[in-house]
Design a protein around this ligand. Structure first.
Ligand code: SF4
Length: 312
């Protein structure tokens, strides 16, 4: 069977060996984050619908999981916001009832959690990883560039309500954009929100390959350490401390080599590499990140987007 909605398994720093499920078309999202590695959002929306047939996704999962693959997580991720899909709850319940050995994770921006139907849909997941980048309006709008109907206040309320209803783990991701949400005043507000939300962990993240906006820079390590020291209500992971992707079992050196061979021939965008390899763009992204970290590839922003080229 060829899979249209599944990708990987990908070597994930946070989730080990992760089978990805992509439920919405490329860059269909309620946010247009300045750091998004998938590029600018093309469909900025909060409309929930069946973007791809639920039955097709379930059929692919049944086919794949019935082979008993070794996985740490079945993960709703991809290149848009998975909770926009109205079938996500049914898909999660199907995996948990028919393949209970597998843990289910949902990577979400969390913006739709004020909606009770979205919260109900996620109740059977084992792990939800929502984002909280800012409490104040200015950094919220500057970083997330959300759909106009959304607000930071409603976002936090949605997270608090979800925590009260959800029995699984919540790892709250905070993406630091220097000059926007890294000052002590904003971090103090985020730390207070963490006390209210009561996540199991906080994950501090920062840019590790070029994102949608050219002006965004990574936060340096001392800044991340300082921010971590201000958040005291939950254990804080700094994403750079997690194991490198090459140490994860699903890492395939051939995939990294294929991408390296392509960029050696000529500079390529993420789209070029996705088309050339037939891999999902998130999977290509994981290998690109490994190649960047190992200084085998560098990224350059040009008129047509971000190009990856080999470091000779
Ligand atoms: S980072 Fe996630 S939430 Fe932000 S625009 Fe990209 S897909 Fe949407």
């Amino acid at each position: 069977m060829s899979y249209r909605h599944l990708f990987g398994p990908v070597p994930s720093r946070r989730l080990g060996i992760s089978l990805g499920i992509d439920l919405v078309p490329l860059k269909t999202c309620s946010y247009n984050c300045v750091y998004c590695e998938c590029g600018p959002t093309t469909a900025l929306t909060t409309e929930r619908k069946e973007y791809v047939p639920t039955g097709d996704v379930i059929a692919e999962l049944r086919s794949y999981l019935s082979t008993s693959p070794r996985l740490d997580y079945v993960t709703f991720a991809g290149s848009g916001e998975p909770t926009l899909h109205t079938g996500i709850g049914e898909i999660i319940r199907t995996v948990k009832s028919e393949f209970p050995a597998y843990r289910v994770a949902v990577l979400t921006n969390g913006s739709l959690l004020p909606d009770p139907a979205v919260r109900r849909a996620l109740l059977d997941a084992d792990l939800v990883v929502p984002t909280l980048n800012a409490v104040s309006d200015t950094p919220f709008w500057k970083i997330c560039r959300p759909h106009r109907s959304l607000s930071a206040e409603a976002h936090i309320d949605g997270l608090v309500t979800f925590r009260n209803e959800f029995r699984g783990e919540i790892w709250l991701e905070v993406f630091i954009v220097p000059g926007v949400n890294d000052d002590d005043a904003e971090i103090g507000k985020i730390a207070a929100a963490v006390r209210e939300i009561r996540p199991d962990r906080v994950q501090l993240n920062t840019l590790d390959r070029p994102g949608a906006a050219a002006w965004v820079r990574p936060a340096d390590r001392p800044t991340l350490d300082h921010i971590a020291s201000l958040i005291t209500a939950a254990p804080v992971d700094i994403v750079g401390d997690l194991p490198s992707r090459a140490e994860i079992d699903s890492f395939h050196q051939e995939s990294a080599d294929t991408i390296l061979a392509l960029v050696r021939r000529r500079p390529c965008t993420l789209d070029d590499l996705t088309h050339a390899t037939g891999m999902h763009r998130n999977e290509v992204g994981k290998y690109l990140q490994y190649l960047l970290e190992n200084h085998l590839v560098e990224a350059k922003r040009e008129g047509r987007g971000i190009f990856f080229l080999s470091v000779s």
